[in-house]
Ligand binder design. Structure first.
Ligand code: 4AD
Ligand code: MG
Length: 497
């Protein structure tokens, strides 16, 4: 449909052509001598008007919302001037190749506009709505734009692991991984540290035959084997960030990025947090904090401009429905330099605010809350703000210690509507300082030995950041809740479908 209606001439140049189109009926109506169907095929927010004469086989079954049709027809002019204003072409049906009927009494996605919250009950059907399909296309465009941006700038795309034993942020917000295989009763105390499963053999069968060994297998406090740990020989988790691993690649290949799902078991019931979200994490060798901020700013601007150039129909639809300023905001962000202030300046600025009482008092040393971040970007500067040089005590162990001994070379990009969109830093490349930071933060050294190796062997200054992909979609579209911009949201209480 987009290849027809999305043309500059609105499809006029295609009049008379025969086409086949498949899609789902948005609305339909019948009169004695003709039926009309508004057909959406997911390619764009617009529907193609389909005209069905009553003698066509199946004509009486195609007008209910949700019906799927694959139809052959020819493009013709709408009969009246008034209709031509709405759409320059319509499809006159020759025959239906497929009709998938719908039990409209039980079809949950009815014609009437449902609240986004209600639609979350139907994650499998909600992509048929105008809103969720527009968001899906915007999401797709932003993913493609991300790869384009980094490839144009000669970054190499690296796939980092989902399963890992390292806690990148050191915040303990990790999901533990276990296996259903590990039935404590069946397997009692002794299991082999490695297991060979032969073709045609199930894992329990292989286990039964395996030599009995206990060596190296972690035990729980009650003396029983920790069955969640045995598969990988130690406890594994779902990754919270691909940063540590991607640093290894940056320290060999120069400029790299990873883009994948990340998981956090933070019990946040907010409109900005998910338990599973996607993150784009570039990492640049021989770069410092300033290079890092420049890269983040260029990347966000590129994404905004990309949506204006490639997704304007969807953006205008979403702006009309949810946030009148969304398109304007993209234009502003694409063309305005971001504000850059230190954390200390941000705190001083917020302390001067008399008009508003913040729930969390602003003092040097606090982690800025969403209310502070949004106030800076929405009320004070009215544009994206990069805050840098945060107190070391509220940031992760790997961030480079500044000469003042109190702050680290960290930066967050804050944006209107969302607050924190990006978190990044220059990394601590000095072995002794990094070891000291691990000790100060009471983190065990052993799991990070490999990470310390990157400083032992050919260390180099380097920097990177993580952009929360769903937060970028929230920011771009003006949708209020992060649960509506990922196809299958996971949050406390929900991982089904
Ligand atoms: O600030 P964060 O925790 O930084 C890191 O994970 C670094 N290791 C990234 C790096 O330097 N390579 O997370 C980065 C971004 C945040 O700014 C936010 O946009 C998003 O990830 N984010 C979340 N998005 C949705 N749900 C959550 N629970 C999120 N937690 C972080
Ligand atoms: Mg952060």
């Amino acid at each position: 449909v987009k290849t027809i209606l999305g043309r500059e001439d609105g499809g006029v140049g295609l009049l008379g052509q025969t086409i086949i189109v498949g899609g789902w009926v948005k609305t339909g109506r019948s009169s004695a001598n003709v039926s009309f169907v508004e057909l959406n095929d997911g390619s764009c927010p617009a529907n193609l008007q389909v005209v069905v004469e009553p003698h066509i086989e199946g004509a009486s079954h195609v007008t209910l919302t949700g019906t799927s049709i694959l139809v052959e027809g020819f493009l013709k002019e709408p009969p009246t001037e008034e209709l031509k204003l709405k759409q320059k072409v319509e499809l006159s049906v020759v025959k239906f190749i497929h009709i998938g009927t719908v039990d409209s009494k039980n079809y949950p996605i009815s014609k009437t506009r449902l609240k986004l919250e209600t639609l979350r009950e139907y994650l499998h059907l909600r992509p048929r709505t105008n809103t969720i399909s527009a968001i899906a296309r915007v999401r797709n465009a932003l993913a493609f734009a991300s790869h384009t941006f980094f490839n144009q700038n000669k970054f190499l795309y690296v796939h980092t692991p989902i399963l890992t034993t390292s806690d990148c942020e050191g915040a303990g917000e990790m999901f533990q991984v276990t296996t259903l295989l590990n039935d404590a009763e069946k397997r009692k105390q002794e299991i082999p540290p490695t297991l060979m499963v032969m073709p045609g053999e199930s894992q329990p069968e292989a286990l039964a035959k395996a030599p009995k060994l206990i060596a190296g297998i972690p035990h729980r406090e009650d003396g029983k084997i920790d069955y969640t740990a045995d598969f990988f020989a130690r406890q594994a988790f779902l990754t919270v960030s691909g940063q540590l691993q991607v640093e290894g690649y940056a320290c060999a290949l120069g400029s790299v990025y990873t883009f994948g799902p990340t998981f956090r078991a933070e019990n946040s019931h907010t409109t900005r947090h998910l338990a599973e979200f996607w993150m784009i994490e570039p990492e640049i060798a021989f770069a410092d904090l300033k290079d890092d901020m420049n890269c983040a700013e260029d990347y966000i601007k590129f994404l905004c401009q990309w949506l204006l150039d490639h997704c304007l129909d969807d953006m205008e639809f979403l702006a009309k429905m949810y946030d009148k300023t969304a398109v304007e905001r993209l234009r502003m962000v694409a063309s305005t330099p971001f504000v850059r202030i230190t954390y200390t300046e941000a705190v001083e600025t917020l302390q001067k605010v008399k008009k508003k009482k913040f729930e969390k008092k602003v003092e040097w040393g606090i982690d800025l809350a969403s209310e502070h971040e949004r106030y800076l970007t929405e009320e004070i500067y009215k544009k994206p703000v990069i805050v840098y040089n945060y107190p070391k005590d509220i940031k992760a162990f790997y961030m480079r210690l500044n000469d003042d001994g109190k702050t680290v070379a960290a930066m967050d990009v804050l944006v209107p509507k969302v607050g924190e969109l990006v978190g990044g830093s220059q990394r601590e490349e000095r072995l002794d300082v990094l070891i000291q930071r691990l000790e100060e933060m009471k983190l065990p050294k052993e799991p990070y030995e490999w990470y310390l190796d990157l400083r032992r062997f050919g260390t180099v200054k380097h920097a990177g950041f993580g952009l929360g992909f769903e937060r970028m979609i929230l920011f771009a579209t003006g949708i209020e809740n992060i649960r509506d911009v990922i196809p299958f949201p996971r949050y406390p209480g929900r991982a089904d479908l």
